[in-house]
Design a protein around this ligand. Structure first.
Ligand code: SF4
Length: 212
């Protein structure tokens, strides 16, 4: 995709949704970190369903620790990999209390050192909680980055680095939300919905799909 096309591509996504938000529900940095940690290989809808019950009961590191492994599992057992996620979340809560006064740290290094927090989770927290122009490449962004020609790459890291390099600065803060939403609802995995895609004129994918 040409540089001028990349600007036009994001101008359209921005005009349609100037202030995109994550679809995960949260009301504090700790709730956001918890929701993102739980969302690995799970849907935002499924995570929200669980956290709507969990957060009113426990939404601080101390309160989650007090639930213990079994208590926490009871709230998140509808989410895939819930046992290991519960274990990681408890370990993370302990570190937050011991090293950060119960707060969520604002650096990549500190976030990635937390159990259950990888590069993607750290990128989401840095972007959504701390306003940093990071690019959290999930399955949707990986597909869209490759399919559209925005930033082809064999690994999520390669796509992340390509996107960071190619997306104009003024769009970087919200770019990952726009691309996730595009991938989730329009540029879907099995069959992209090119016939109703607002950025089709700038996307390299060929041939474009038609409604059947
Ligand atoms: S035109 Fe098709 S392939 Fe390109 S971004 Fe839109 S839905 Fe995806």
């Amino acid at each position: 995709m040409k540089k001028s096309d990349i600007s036009a591509f994001f101008a359209i996504l921005q005009a349609a949704n100037p202030h995109p938000r994550t679809e995960l529900e949260y009301s504090s940095h700790f709730e956001l970190l918890t929701a993102v940690l739980l969302s690995a290989q799970a849907t935002d809808v499924g995570v929200n369903k669980a956290t709507r019950k969990l957060f009113p009961v426990a939404n601080t590191p101390r309160a989650i620790l007090d639930l213990g492994q079994e208590g926490l599992e009871g709230y998140i057992q509808t989410i895939g990999l819930y046992r290991s996620k519960a274990r990681h979340l408890l370990q993370t809560c302990r570190i937050l209390l011991e090293q950060y006064g119960g707060e969520v740290p604002a650096t990549r290094e500190a976030l990635e050192a937390l159990p259950g927090v990888g590069r993607k989770t750290a990128n989401v927290v840095l972007n959504v909680a701390f306003g940093q122009p990071t690019m959290a490449v999930d399955t949707h962004i990986f597909r869209v980055g490759n399919r559209t020609g925005l930033a082809p790459g064999a690994t999520p890291l390669a796509v992340e680095q390509g996107l960071l390099k190619r997306i104009p600065k003024e769009y970087l803060q919200h770019a990952h939300h726009w691309l996730i939403l595009l991938g989730r609802y329009v540029c879907q995995a099995r069959k992209p919905r090119c016939w109703e895609c607002s950025v089709a004129a700038y996307c390299d994918f060929k041939p474009k799909t038609e409604q059947t």
